[in-house]
Design a protein around this ligand. Structure first.
Ligand code: PLP
Length: 395
């Protein structure tokens, strides 16, 4: 067989992708499976945004744009950061990429040398540690369990930072837990970061608009202005505007870092889709009513699912502040069904309940499962019934 690099051998394929394959296989065998694995909204892209994409094609906006994104979209992003996050950025501080996934990958490649450490609180989005390993860096993953609301404390952050730390990645609201940091909690983390000027902060605000905590959403550069010069604020249109397939992510940050990221992008993929850029201008600058409407649905499903999960034997689930994921502790339930870990438990639910969930291990949180509620209420109701039945069958 042909040899592949040591670099790629360190990386594991995404567990959510593995699940999708397994579900497809069972469905092909004729099994009735409900998948709660989805990482994307079930809604269509709002009509006015989709129309802007069609118009871009018709008008011939189908050529290369500047690598960093066209000026019109950069200006829409600058206006968004100002309006929603009270953050000031210039065009030289903005980079548009092919999804926020590329934004974060560019940033990691731009900052991390071999042996550099990146602090990633667990539970984390599956891709962060693997991206760091692709860059020959070392992920450092302090764990925040349910007893602390899945949020790391300033003391944990302090203990995780060493002279080798180059980057800290914060995702709020969080995939997979739905937990969001309050302004006061961000300030407390900020005080730790003030003492470590070598650390750049990447905040992943992808779920900013899928959010229902009592206090308004805040991001770290906004509440810790002293850190502004080393924060890269990352966001995208995928989740808020139901645009996962359009592939537009973006960031605002220090010009030197953003320029380095653009250099990497310029030698790998160049600009993000010109058509999707046009649609994203309309997403960010146009009517936001549908965003609020989708959020209302997600909140309603959240309440239903969290309540239903907590009624199951051996399952406990904290309410989230946003996203479309419920993250449940299943340590007692997995013992009940004789599963050795969360992977075996997910396999049990798939085989005995016909429900696909993502095991917590991939997110750095063994003993948990992630359920996506980017699906109809009827689907959720049926899924909860099936899980209940599968758990009872084992008793
Ligand atoms: N960040 C988080 C926390 C996510 O959950 C995702 C998508 O699953 C992304 C970033 C990347 O989104 P995209 O590349 O579609 O912009």
């Amino acid at each position: 067989s042909l040899a592949v690099s040591k670099r790629v051998q360190r990386v594991k394929p995404s567990p959510t992708v593995a699940l999708t394959g397994r579900v497809a296989q069972l469905k092909a065998e004729g099994k009735d499976i409900i998948s709660l694995g989805a990482g994307e909204p079930d809604f269509d892209t709002p009509r006015h945004i989709a129309d802007a994409g069609i118009e871009a094609i018709r008008k011939g906006f189908t050529r290369y744009t500047p690598v960093e994104g066209n000026a019109e979209l950069k200006d829409a992003i600058i206006a968004k950061f100002k309006r929603e996050n009270s953050l000031d950025y210039k065009r030289s501080q903005i980079l548009v990429s092919t999804g926020a996934k590329q934004t974060i990958f560019n940033l990691i490649l731009a900052l991390i040398d071999s042996g550099d450490e990146v602090v990633i609180p667990a539970p984390y989005w599956v891709s962060y540690p693997d991206m760091v390993m692709l860059a020959d860096g070392i992920p450092v993953t302090p764990y925040a369990g349910p007893e602390q609301g899945y949020k790391i404390t300033p003391a944990q952050l302090e203990a995780a930072i060493t002279p080798k730390t180059r980057l800290f990645i914060l995702n709020s609201p969080s995939n997979p837990t739905g937990a969001a940091y309050t302004a006061a909690e961000l300030r407390a983390l900020g005080r730790v970061l003030s003492r470590h000027p070598q650390v750049v902060i990447c905040t992943d605000d992808m779920y900013e608009h899928i959010y229902w905590a009592p206090e308004p959403f805040t991001t770290i550069a906004q509440v810790c202005p002293d850190l502004y010069d080393r924060v890269v604020t990352t966001n995208g249109v995928s989740k808020a505007y139901a645009m996962t397939g359009w592939r537009i992510g973006y960031c605002g940050g220090p010009a030197e870092i953003v320029t380095a990221m653009a250099t990497i992008q310029g030698q790998s993929t160049s600009n993000a889709s010109s058509i999707a850029q046009k649609a994203s201008v309309v997403a960010l600058s146009g009517d936001q009513a549908e965003v609020r409407e989708m959020n209302r649905h997600f909140k309603q499903r959240h309440d239903f699912v969290v309540d239903g999960l907590n009624k199951l034997t051996g399952v406990s689930c904290l309410p989230g502040a946003g996203t479309f994921y419920a993250f449940a502790n299943v340590e007692a339930a997995l013992k009940l069904v004789g599963a050795k870990d969360d992977n075996a438990f997910a396999e049990y639910l798939l085989n005995h309940g016909g429900v696909a969930v993502v095991p917590g291990s991939g997110f750095g949180a063994p003993g948990h499962m992630r359920l996506s509620y980017a699906c109809s209420m009827q689907t959720l109701e049926e899924a909860l019934k099936r899980i209940d039945r599968a758990l009872r069958a084992a008793q």
